[in-house]
Design a protein around this ligand. Structure first.
Ligand code: SAM
Ligand code: SF4
Length: 425
């Protein structure tokens, strides 16, 4: 979502007459779009700001955007006095006006209000990828997971109208984009605010019908709002890709309750059963936090057992990081760093073994890939399957990026597959 926010900010800048340059050294205006989901990401922002200040010449204007901007607010001006603009994502719809203030010489410009009904839909987006486009359908988050800073940095949920999403999807198809990714912190809490009142499953089905669009993905789904009609919509139209990212966070119902995740392990498993009993094979991926305050060895073992039970195709795993304003702060950061690290390593090793085995089962299969790029060093094309696996392959053709073609899998590793194209393009 941050990548796409940056695309929209860049589009706004270009429309106001700015030019994008290759390196920060060449730039007159340097903007950092930031993440504060974990402490490490936040610290990186300040060290980059400091490092760049040392090497950069004078007369540059610096801005901090995104979640660190929202979280730290005007304190950023004290900590990094060379910064002139601090703007959270809820204020991006006003970004053009803030730029005008900068151009008029104001050196303490802020956009920090979270009190907004607006979403940042702009026709000015400058997309990085000519084949795959992101569309944000819902911004903010109304949940209150005990560990998470997002509700404090991105504000309350705001959905776009179904018609505005459809207009953007049709426009993208006309420009030649073939893959669309629908985005939201809780993408499946989507609810069309217009009288049509589409739910997420309806929106998915409609976007998948847009002529010219060959693949539709979405992220991130909250398990509580992952209802059966979503699986039915996916089953009904293969344009909706064979992949669901469904963050579980923990395999222990006790920890899930402490996290305020609003589902039990059994309720989560019911969703997995819907997917496993569906008409197509879906790849399922997840997010896991280890070392949440009070997580016992037994809770952790339940998470490992969940990996065995679900057989995820891949996962993102994190050590719990205490975040400002969150309710988990009161619970303390009770597990030692070494213990969190130990659990993370065990979890990752367990998942690696699962991926090695699952990927090896794909050898011999023929899968359609969208070609995303070329790896010069390996002399391989980089393909992406509908189930979101990387499938690299060899092909003599000079230019394949953006094409769809069938590839036969010949080798596998823990994180990707290797194959050969089966047709001449
Ligand atoms: N809305 C999504 C959901 O509910 O699953 C998650 C969005 S969050 C931006 C991405 C992931 O970051 C979460 O799924 C969680 O695993 C991780 N995360 C969030 N806060 C964290 C924290 N304080 N410490 C460690 N990991 C965290
Ligand atoms: Fe954070 Fe929970 Fe909202 Fe996801 S649902 S963004 S984890 S508060």
């Amino acid at each position: 979502m941050n990548v796409h926010d940056s695309e929209k900010v860049v589009g706004t800048l270009l429309a106001q007459g700015y030019l994008q340059v290759e390196t920060p050294g060449e730039a007159g205006l340097v903007l950092y779009n930031t993440c504060s989901i974990r402490d490490k990401a936040e610290q990186k922002v300040f060290s980059r700001l400091q490092n760049f200040k040392k090497t950069a010449g004078k007369d540059k204007i610096f801005g901090v955007l995104g979640c660190v901007a929202q979280q730290e607010g005007e304190k950023i001006f004290d900590r990094a006095p060379h910064v002139s603009l601090v703007c959270g994502s809820a204020s991006y719809p006003k970004f053009g006006d803030l730029l005008v203030q900068i151009e008029n010489g104001d050196r303490h410009v802020t956009g920090l209000s979270l009190d907004t009904e607006d979403t940042f839909d702009t026709p000015l987006t400058r997309r990085d990828n000519p084949h795959r486009a992101y569309i944000t359908i819902i911004e903010g988050c109304d949940k209150s997971c005990a560990y998470c800073v997002v509700p404090f940095t991105r504000g309350p949920e705001r959905s776009r109208t179904g018609e505005s999403v459809m207009a953007e999807a049709r426009g993208l198809a006309e420009q030649g984009f073939t893959e669309i990714q629908l985005l939201g912190q809780n993408v499946n809490s989507y609810r069309d605010p217009s009288p049509a009142g589409w739910d997420f499953a309806t929106l998915l089905a409609r976007v998948a019908e847009v002529p010219g669009i060959r693949r539709v993905r979405y992220t991130t789904s909250h398990p509580r709002d992952f209802v059966k009609p979503i699986v039915d919509a996916m089953d009904a139209n293969p344009v909706l890709c064979d992949h669901v990212h469904l963050p579980v966070q923990s395999g222990s119902t006790r920890v899930l309750a402490a996290m305020d995740r609003l589902y039990t392990r059994d309720e989560y498993m019911r969703r997995i059963d819907w997917l496993r009993n569906a008409k197509r094979n879906y790849s399922i991926t997840t997010d896991i936090i280890v070392g949440f305050p009070g997580e016992t060895e037994q809770d952790f073992q339940q998470t490992l057992e969940l990996l065995d039970e679900v057989q995820y195709d891949s996962l993102f795993s994190f050590k719990y990081s205490p975040r400002p304003n969150t309710s988990a702060l009161e619970m303390g950061d009770r597990l030692a760093e070494e213990e969190k690290q130990r659990r993370l390593a065990i979890l990752q090793e367990r998942q690696r073994a699962i991926q090695i085995r699952r990927n090896a089962e794909m050898i011999g299969a023929t899968l359609e890939v969208l070609v995303e790029g070329h790896n010069q060093a390996l002399a391989q094309w980089i393909g992406r399957t509908s189930d979101h696996c990387t499938l690299n392959f060899t092909h003599a053709e000079a230019s394949l990026v953006g094409k769809y073609l069938p590839v036969r899998v010949t080798r596998s590793g823990p994180n990707s597959l290797v194959g050969e194209a089966v047709t001449v393009v």
